[in-house]
Design a protein around this ligand. Structure first.
Ligand code: 13P
Length: 214
């Protein structure tokens, strides 16, 4: 299972989380990545943890003020990028172009979506992975794998029906090792989480719990 920790715009210490994620990944032999604000990509990547951007723009170099270029995040040390997060939704054409921009820069891609139908559309763009995250469960206390297990199994089936090479992750409300193993049993090959680590009093302990059943 891949554990991708999205720090969103939470006021946590990205280096504290990155250092803990690096150590827990090494100790447990589990793949863990951290996705900080764009301004923190380089310092997070410098810790040695696998680092992801939260978004990249669909355009390449040029007169595009305010862009977050795929090339720039790759140069900062990112190895992958989220796209179309529930809190940063984009037009289909822009998601497609952003997947292509990320590929050109050598970044792994994960396109987020609300439900299995959107997962099928996202998988058709041939990212490396898609992530189903029901918006109403994001930031809550109940894991998507418990509250709505069908959405995970249906997302796995929807993506597989379009492109079997696209991995399927799930997220929303995940905070414990039980949540992670339940998601794995439903067919997800990774989880995407935020508040369970970014808002934890002890991010290292939260990460250790997440990998405890793997
Ligand atoms: O949006 C999410 C991860 O990208 C999920 O957030 P929570 O883990 O806080 O529910």
């Amino acid at each position: 299972m891949f554990i991708l920790v999205n720090l969103k715009a939470y006021p946590c210490d990205p280096i504290e989380v990155a250092t803990a994620a690096r150590d827990v990944a090494e100790d447990a032999g589990v793949r863990i990545a951290v996705s900080p604000q764009a301004a923190h990509l380089e310092s997070v990547a410098d810790t040695g943890v696998e680092t992801w951007a939260q978004h990249v723009s669909p355009n390449g170099y040029g007169s595009f003020t305010g862009s977050t270029l795929a090339e720039a995040v790759a140069e900062a040390g990112a190895e992958g990028t989220l796209l179309n997060h529930s809190e940063n939704r984009r037009k289909l054409a822009d998601i497609d172009a952003a997947v292509r921009a990320a590929e050109r820069a050598g970044l792994e891609t994960c396109v987020c979506a609300n439900n299995p139908d959107q997962i099928a559309a996202a998988a058709a763009l041939q990212p490396d992975s898609v992530a189903v995250e029901p918006p109403e469960l994001i930031g809550g206390d109940v894991s998507v794998a418990t509250a709505d297990p069908d959405i995970v199994t249906d997302a796995v089936a929807a993506a597989g029906g379009v492109d079997e090479d696209v991995d399927v992750y799930c997220g929303a409300g995940i905070s414990t090792g039980d949540d992670v193993t339940t998601a794995e049993e439903l067919g997800a090959s990774g989880i995407l989480l935020a508040s369970g680590v970014a808002k934890a009093d002890d991010p290292r302990a939260a990460l250790e719990d997440l990998v405890s059943g793997l």
